[in-house]
Design a protein around this ligand. Structure first.
Ligand code: BGC
Length: 752
């Protein structure tokens, strides 16, 4: 008997270590159990409830005074609260004025920096540099934790192929391999080595799952997809985050094959908790348990509570579904006490892991806050990231970089985004809240602020014409800019999207340059006759056919954050040689969407535009304007054909792919060497290319380097028609090159 008790204690402790994220706090499981044993049902439901603080990103939720709710034990967590002093008060009430003293968990959307604003996540992905992204998230975590936040609702790891969807900017683009590497890097950056450290925060993989495939690119819309697509494309970055030890997951708003994600047992219980054996806590999205009723998949809060908790989701964000329905669901036998207890355990465990029970105020130290926020050194990383994320799409005649002694002397910097301080331009609405005074516009370095002096220092004469856009009144607002452009011999036009044009609920049905900006380009460049550079601020792939045909140089700068101007000055003057590569395909027109590189061949692939009876369009190309992985440099690179260590591999063996790259230009440059494969004959049709490796290298002029990639059977496996991960023996191609289109190939075979 005694032995059995020791054995069960050992099992409990062992389970604890399995459950734990990386935390220095010990003895968590017995502490969770002891606390759980003391809790009433109401207190348990309180721990599963999260209320909005002083920022709202969704529908308004009726809420009593937060302090009263905390005092009554009705809240376990608060999201999006900015006021530091209030957080101290709330924590004091939670830990000292409630029966059990359970600390409050504060969550926040730390999406591209907390106080120091970095480029948007999609731009960060364009760096193809997971280590840099890890550093960014570490800084974001340091600032957030110093400001009293314990938990970020990031990373968003949703793969998307639809630029109409406003939230593409929050993810890493269209590719599951790149997305997986970045997902793991972000988790490492946020959570660090110890969740209980006061400089790290718990991360949250969202939105589980397939939110990026909303039909029509319309937010919150229906998603219907095959299991193959789900497994091969959507789930890998989530799996990667889970394997990296992420503390939490978030449900998605959408239905997946008819089942709302929040009550999707297949996703949460079978895959996440079952197949992946992930032990963390799952939070709903903003009132997504309540929206199950609107989806028509539950009659009321009782049924929705039963279905969502029953599917494996734990915490109710910004809704009152559990408060209204969970008790009734228990009374009527729709959920069990054991299910509720399991969810509460997950919440308590996270609070223990974060060290909140040991020191509830460790994230609320005013002095540390003062010393940490907006550190000057953080801006260096922000500048580095912004410059590295910019993608040079076009550079005819080597117009860039702007060197003195060239054909131009007078440069006109024009456009709505040359010196803007409104609408959260150069960043997104996720930069610390909507409508809050939290965003500090004095911290932004606009293009005019940095580029003008940088160009003047090189001897150029520079004018700046900021135009403030009001749609429908373009002729008037552009007048001065056009005049300045006419007097210059080079025009740099800063065009694109406002910061508030991107993000949640900011979907578009037209990807062309907004606000009549194409017209500005046409007039200011005298119909393309005047040499020009277009600097594009974009949160998504936009379409700009006229600029592609008439403007010499195009730089996709994304929404670069606080260091926008400095980073642009670095890139346009050549201090930094551009190295960004597209993490997502740029189409010619919105009608091509979804357009992506890892497509199936179809039975009638098109070889040239206009070829009838093939898969194309009568009125335009089926190919991209700029393919996935693409980006120019101020130098050029040449690739030899890839070489293999063997032409046949068996299970357990490694194929070594070597490719030699030479810098054939006159300046040093950074190249992202990419490796793709194609399964030529499989049990089902497989993509024409799939990214399997990449490496960023720096080469001096004339320098040559051989890069190696290892491919194993696991890299060739896919989710097959029998619902098994498996590689089919047979012929494959391996491709190497500087983007997904311009590659050289060699064949090999997998033998069983
Ligand atoms: C978004 C989530 C976000 C949450 C909290 C929701 O509307 O979909 O991504 O974390 O709001 O702000």
């Amino acid at each position: 008997m005694a032995n059995r008790r020791i054995l069960s204690l050992l099992l409990l402790l062992c389970a604890g270590s399995l459950f734990a994220q990386k935390t220095s706090i010990t003895n968590i499981e017995p502490r969770v159990e002891a606390l759980l044993a003391k809790m009433t049902l109401d207190e348990k439901i309180g721990q599963l409830t999260q209320s909005p603080g002083d920022i709202s990103t969704g529908t308004d939720v009726a809420k009593d005074d937060l302090l009263n709710q905390i005092r009554a034990g009705k809240l376990g967590s608060i999201l999006s609260h900015t006021n530091f002093q209030n957080k101290i008060t709330m924590q004091r009430v939670a830990t000292r004025e409630t029966r059990l003293g359970i600390p409050i968990l504060f969550g926040f959307d730390v999406i591209h920096g907390y106080k120091t604003i970095f480029p948007i996540p999609l731009a960060q992905a364009a760096t193809w540099e997971p280590d840099l992204i890890e550093r960014i998230e570490h800084i974001a975590a340091e600032e957030a934790a110093a400001d009293g936040q314990h938990w970020t609702f990031a990373p968003m790891v949703d793969i998307s192929r639809d630029p109409r969807w406003g939230r593409m900017m929050e993810g890493s683009g269209e590719d599951p391999y790149l997305g997986s590497k970045i997902a793991a890097a972000r988790v490492r950056g946020f959570q660090g080595k110890d969740l209980a450290a006061n400089s790290t925060v718990a991360a949250c993989a969202k939105h589980f799952a397939a939110y990026g495939f909303a039909e029509g690119g319309r937010d919150y819309n229906t998603v219907d997809m095959s299991d193959q697509r789900l497994r091969d494309l959507i789930l890998p970055p989530f799996r990667s985050a889970a394997d990296a030890g992420i503390a939490t997951f978030m449900n998605a708003f959408n239905t997946l094959n008819g089942v709302p994600a929040s009550m999707n047992k297949y996703l949460v219980t079978d895959i996440l908790r079952g197949e992946w054996k992930w032990k963390g806590m799952v939070v709903s999205d903003w009132n997504s348990f309540g929206e199950v009723i609107v989806h028509g998949a539950a009659a009321d809060e009782e049924e929705s509570s039963a279905k969502c908790l029953g599917a494996g989701s734990d915490m109710d964000m910004a809704g009152s579904t559990f408060q209204k329905g969970l008790k009734k669901a228990l009374e009527n036998g729709k959920v069990t006490q054991a299910q509720i207890d399991e969810a509460v355990r997950r919440v308590l465990r996270l609070k223990f892991e974060l060290g909140l029970f040991d020191n509830p105020f460790q994230y609320l130290d005013p002095q540390r806050r003062e010393a940490t926020l907006f550190k000057e050194e953080y801006r260096k990383t922000a500048r580095e990231a912004a410059a590295k994320s910019m993608v040079l799409l076009k550079n005819d005649g080597g117009l860039l970089p702007l060197n003195p002694g060239g054909p131009f002397n007078k440069i006109a910097l024009i456009g709505p985004f040359v010196d803007s301080r409104s609408h959260k331009d150069y960043m997104s609405f996720w930069s610390l809240g909507i409508g809050t005074p939290y965003y500090d516009s004095t911290k932004v370095v606009t293009p005019a602020m940095a580029l003008k002096p940088a160009l003047e220092a090189l001897g150029f004469q520079v004018t700046v014409s900021q135009v403030n856009l009001q749609a429908g009144n373009e002729e008037v607002t552009y007048k001065d800019a056009i005049q300045a452009a006419k007097e210059a011999d080079l025009v740099i036009a800063f065009v694109g999207e406002h910061g508030l044009d991107c993000g949640e609920s900011r979907c578009v049905s037209d990807l062309n340059l907004p606000y009549g900006q194409e017209r500005l380009l046409k007039i200011a460049t005298l119909g393309g006759a005047r040499p020009a550079v277009m600097v594009l601020f974009n949160s998504r792939p936009l379409t700009f056919q006229w600029a592609n045909e008439n403007i010499e140089s195009i730089l996709a700068a994304w929404q670069p954050g606080y260091e926008t101007g400095n980073a642009l000055a670095d890139v346009l003057t050549g201090k930094v040689n551009p190295s960004g590569r597209l993490p997502v395909t740029f189409p010619h027109s919105v009608g091509q969407v979804p357009l992506y590189y890892n497509a199936l061949s179809t039975g009638r692939p098109q070889e040239r535009q206009g070829q009838l009876w093939t898969s194309g369009y009568l009125d335009g190309p089926a190919t991209p304007a700029y393919p996935f992985g693409f980006g120019l440099s101020y130098t050029t690179f040449s690739y030899e054909a890839p070489k293999l260590n063997k032409t046949t591999i068996k299970s357990g063996e490694t194929l070594e792919v070597s490719v030699t790259v030479t810098n054939t230009g006159k300046v040093a440059g950074v190249e992202t060497v990419q490796c793709y494969i194609r399964d030529l004959v499989a049990d089902i049709s497989r993509p024409v290319k799939e990214l399997k490796g990449f490496e960023k290298i720096t080469l001096a002029p004339g320098e040559k380097r051989t890069v190696k990639f290892n491919i194993t059977e696991a890299d060739l496996a896919y989710w097959n028609a029998q619902s098994v991960w498996k590689a089919d023996p047979g012929k494959f191609l391996v491709f190497t090159g500087g983007n997904s289109r311009d590659v050289k190939e060699v064949g090999f075979e997998l033998q069983k």
